[in-house]
Ligand binder design. Structure first.
Ligand code: KE4
Length: 426
């Protein structure tokens, strides 16, 4: 008898392209169908066939307090009882804007949107409107949502599904996007030399996490800041994933840098659809209705999503979630490395705070090209062996794992056993 997940997937395939509403969920190249979730709570998810998993994807980042945290659920219930959308300003929007500007000092003004994609797309339009320039520099393997201008050498699902340059993007659009290797400051400087006074901005994930997880080299981010200042271009940090996760003020707090614009998402919605973008007031004031750059959204600042996001962010601060995430992450890394050291196979393990990634390669991973040297067959076997034993990791080598404040030391010990058995089976 086919499992309930399999029956649902068969039905989904009839009416939803690939059976999924987002490609990364398709378990591509892993030799199995995706499972369907019945419910989730804390660090756990249960599929429709009753299987239980420790969840290290956390809906790709938003579930930083674990699934269905009481404070968020209560806030949603309370807000919903007063109406779920008004299309008229509501007090939560002001509270969220003030919190974001307080926690992220480079953001003097902020606008809410409904996804990370909308946030990065709006940053690009604003940067082009503010500078009067058209070209953008991005980095190979960085993923910024499915924005036409940024689906060039993109990571995440675009990479997993072998389409880093999506079809459907007019050549004229793609020609305005200059994609260079991450960590290669000379390639950035050459791009500016070869495109004088025509580059509006550099956009990047300050800690790339969509081709697996790797890190900026010493002074690389500062060099980008200096290059943008020298060339009159804007520096845009896509902190949709790192924002409010790697530190209260995101990666820019960790590195002590001030981008001109920042894109946010995931954590700030408490699991509901939210994105945001913000930065220097003189740039943000170019937005309609004040300025000439148009940007809008029916559900932007939606009271339900704002209430959920505010509840999540305030709880993170109340419990000093960032210290707890670092403690749990360090314990997870210690147990994983202890297991890996006993093995006779090449590996690279990266972690920052609650974000981590295991590559099956013996070479250092510093950019997309080196990330792609990881052995996809070993990754697939590892993923399946862990899932079969009750630990759900991101279903692609070109993604990142997440711990939440709901992951307990017992979860981590249990996972260490699962990882050890899975690695031994490779
Ligand atoms: P959304 O439009 O999916 O909310 O955000 C796009 C986005 C922008 N910037 C960064 C750094 C991101 O990681 C993302 C989305 N991340 C993927 C996972 N790598 C979302 C999962 C999915 O596509 O279903």
């Amino acid at each position: 008898m086919a499992s309930r997940s399999s029956q649902l997937f068969a039905a989904a395939l009839q009416r939803i392209p690939g059976g999924v509403n987002s490609p990364v969920r398709a378990f591509r190249g892993l030799g199995r169908e995706p499972f369907f979730v019945e419910r989730a709570e804390g660090s756990r998810i249960w599929d429709v066939d009753g299987n239980e998993y420790i969840d290290y994807v956390g809906t790709w980042g938003p579930a930083i307090l674990g699934h269905a945290p009481a404070v968020v659920i209560d806030a949603i219930h309370a807000a919903a009882a007063r109406g779920v959308s008004f299309g008229i300003p509501n007090p939560f929007e002001v509270e969220m804007a003030e919190l974001i500007c307080r926690w992220v000092p480079s953001i003097e003004k902020v606008r809410m949107v409904n996804s990370g994609t909308e946030a990065t797309m709006s940053c690009l339009r604003l940067a082009r409107g503010f500078t009067g320039r058209d070209k953008i520099i991005k980095f190979e393997g960085c993923y910024h949502g499915h924005v036409d201008a940024l689906l060039v050498q993109a990571g995440s699902g675009a990479l997993t599904h072998g389409r880093p340059d999506s079809a459907g993007i007019p050549a004229e659009f793609a020609a305005l996007t200059i994609s260079v290797p991450f960590n290669d400051i000379e390639a950035v400087r050459a791009a500016f030399r070869e495109n004088p006074k025509t580059i509006a901005a550099i956009i990047l994930e300050p800690i790339p996490a969509n081709a697996g997880l790797y890190f900026p080299r010493e002074n690389f981010l500062q060099a980008l800041r200096d290059e943008c200042d020298r060339r009159g271009a804007l520096l845009i940090f896509d902190e949709v994933m790192t924002g409010f996760r790697v530190a209260r003020g995101g990666a820019q707090e960790l590195f002590g840098l001030r981008p001109d614009l920042t894109a946010l998402g995931k954590v700030i919605g408490g699991g509901l659809p939210v994105g945001a973008f913000g930065g220097r007031a003189e740039i943000m004031d170019q937005l309609s209705p004040l300025g000439p750059v148009y940007q809008a959204g029916t559900l932007s600042g939606n009271p339900l999503a704002m209430a959920a996001g505010l509840a999540q962010l305030r709880e993170l601060e109340r419990i000093d979630g960032w210290s707890l995430l670092e403690k749990r992450g360090a314990r997870f890394e210690e147990s994983t490395r202890a297991t890996l050291r006993d093995l006779n196979l090449p590996w690279v393990f990266h972690r920052i705070g609650s974000m981590f990634c295991l590559f099956f390669t013996g070479e250092p991973v510093v950019d997309l090209a080196s990330a792609k040297r990881s052995d996809p067959e070993k990754f697939s076997r590892f993923f399946n062996a862990c899932l079969d034993r009750g630990a759900y990791f991101a279903p692609s080598q070109f993604e990142t794992g997440f711990l939440s404040t709901a992951h307990t030391l017992d979860d981590i010990e249990r996972t260490a056993t699962i990882v050890r058995e899975a690695l031994a089976s490779l």
